[in-house]
Design a protein around this ligand. Structure first.
Ligand SMILES: *[C@@H]1O[C@H](CO)[C@@H](O)[C@H](O)[C@H]1NC(C)=O
Ligand SMILES: *[C@@H]1O[C@H](CO)[C@@H](O)[C@H](O)[C@H]1NC(C)=O
Ligand SMILES: *[C@@H]1O[C@H](CO)[C@@H](O)[C@H](O)[C@H]1NC(C)=O
Ligand SMILES: *[C@@H]1O[C@H](CO)[C@@H](O)[C@H](O)[C@H]1NC(C)=O
Ligand SMILES: *[C@@H]1O[C@H](CO)[C@@H](O)[C@H](O)[C@H]1NC(C)=O
Ligand SMILES: *[C@@H]1O[C@H](CO)[C@@H](O)[C@H](O)[C@H]1NC(C)=O
Length: 377
């Protein structure tokens, strides 16, 4: 009888987390109520639906088959399911991330997501995306303005003192930089002529410092920044490079990543009382791509959903003809487990889940100088 009770409990609990193998066994392993809210800033790695509600968005993912694995409907996330921040929210007994721009998002007390796919920290990123797509993204500075509105609204509803306390205990996530490199720099000849790789990555770092300092001045105390992954190994880049990772892109990423320890030192020197860490998935994701045996990955730089070599053609996942017939390849649900990438440029729900677990409770190889669970007190 005792056996039956235990297995029933497990059945009830497991679906809340995820069967990726390396997930903790209970629902809210970081503890309920320890972190009241998560505020998220950045690009498509953490956009839970902002672009869906942005005027003239440059990039969208609010159509089938996005969301097919977990939400079973498109949510605007550039994924088949959850982003890593959604897992973090779940582990803290918070709702999955909600886009600030979604008119249905009216309660800010558990946090909100400002991230916009395609955005960056440099003006040239927004300008280049605009000239290439005719579309709009919300750069980090615009996301900060939205946050100031949210703060004002919180002060109005719970008062200044309670808002200060809430923000001080919340986790702030800034996952950004990919598009500064791929759009704002590489695809903008003015920028590549004006700035060396060393200069442009320093400019990105300075912009991120400025954002972090502003967040600190507004009350943030627990901040999670992000190193960049192997951008040159995205299906879209590998497809353009005869099957190999684009090393010039990866070298820019590595240069940017190498400046994060000094950024942390600078923040620590100027933001007394802040706890700032950064996730660093570069080696881990490169490992998944090159030899993912340990996690069941065998389709390294292939997108599950898309067209062209490696399914790497931009914007192809979800495209249909006038009759609604799919114009894209889609791997089966069984095969999807073997894919690191969902589409031409974004990782799967499974990959996000493994990374989330590492960021939350992993060693200081993937999250530095310590993991997110250390912020959950
Ligand atoms: C390149 O970046 C500059 C600086 O932000 C911007 O003014 C310009 O419009 C961009 N050029 C293109 C072609 O996107
Ligand atoms: C960072 O802030 C300083 C001081 O306000 C400003 O001079 C600088 O232009 C900003 N840098 C970037 C890259 O945003
Ligand atoms: C592309 O890769 C194939 C197989 O590795 C090789 O035979 C071919 O020469 C390469 N093409 C170019 C243009 O590098
Ligand atoms: C891939 O990694 C596994 C362990 O994770 C190892 O056993 C295997 O030898 C590796 N394969 C290659 C080709 O490196
Ligand atoms: C769409 O359907 C119509 C009617 O069946 C057909 O005549 C037409 O060729 C189809 N168009 C495409 C692009 O498949
Ligand atoms: C993650 O951080 C917690 C809290 O500081 C610590 O107890 C744990 O050992 C860390 N995990 C790893 C794998 O380092």
């Amino acid at each position: 009888m005792a056996y039956v009770t235990v297995s029933m409990l497990l059945l009830l609990v497991v679906p809340g987390t995820q069967a990726a193998g390396k997930e903790p066994g209970n629902n809210f392993p970081l503890g309920k109520g320890k972190v009241p809210a998560i505020f998220t800033f950045g690009d498509s790695t953490v956009d839970s639906g902002t672009n869906t509600f942005l005027p003239d968005p440059a990039f969208l993912a609010n159509f089938t088959p996005y969301g097919q694995t977990y939400f079973h409907r498109p949510t605007g996330r550039f994924c088949d399911g959850r982003l890593w921040v959604d897992r973090l929210a779940r582990y803290l007994d918070l709702p999955v991330m909600k886009a600030f721009l979604n008119p249905k998002t009216t309660d800010y007390s558990k946090g909100v997501d400002f991230a916009s796919a395609g955005s960056g920290n440099l003006e040239s990123t927004k300008a280049t995306v605009k000239s290439l797509t005719k579309g709009n993204v919300a750069n980090t500075d615009e996301q900060l303005q939205w946050f100031l509105q949210v703060k004002e609204s919180l002060v109005g509803s719970i008062g200044a003192k309670a808002t200060e306390k809430l923000l001080g205990r919340s986790i702030f996530i800034l996952s950004t930089g990919n598009n500064d490199i791929s759009y704002g720099y590489i695809l903008n000849s003015t920028m590549t002529e004006l700035y060396t790789p060393d200069q442009v990555t320093s400019l990105m770092i300075e912009a991120i410092y400025n954002t972090t300092k502003t967040l600190f001045d507004e009350g943030a105390r627990k901040i999670v920044l992000s190193a960049l992954g192997p951008l040159g190994c995205l299906p879209t880049n590998v497809a353009s490079n005869n099957g190999s990772c684009v090393e010039s892109v990866n070298n820019l990423v590595k240069l940017f990543n190498s400046k994060l320890p000094a950024l942390l030192d600078r923040i620590n020197a100027n933001c007394e009382g802040a706890r700032v860490i950064y996730t660093d998935s570069y080696d881990t994701v490169e490992g998944f791509i090159k030899n993912g045996t340990e996690y069941g990955f065998s389709r390294g730089s292939y997108g599950c959903c898309g067209t062209g070599d490696y399914n790497g053609q931009p914007g192809a996942c979800g495209s249909v003809d006038v009759n609604g017939t799919a114009l894209y390849n889609l791997c089966s649900k069984e095969e999807l487990k073997e894919y690191v990438f969902w589409d031409n440029a974004h990782i799967t729900d499974k990959t996000n889940g493994i990374l989330a677990h590492m960021f939350i409770n992993g060693e200081n190889v993937v999250v530095k100088p310590y993991n997110i669970s250390a912020l959950c007190d």
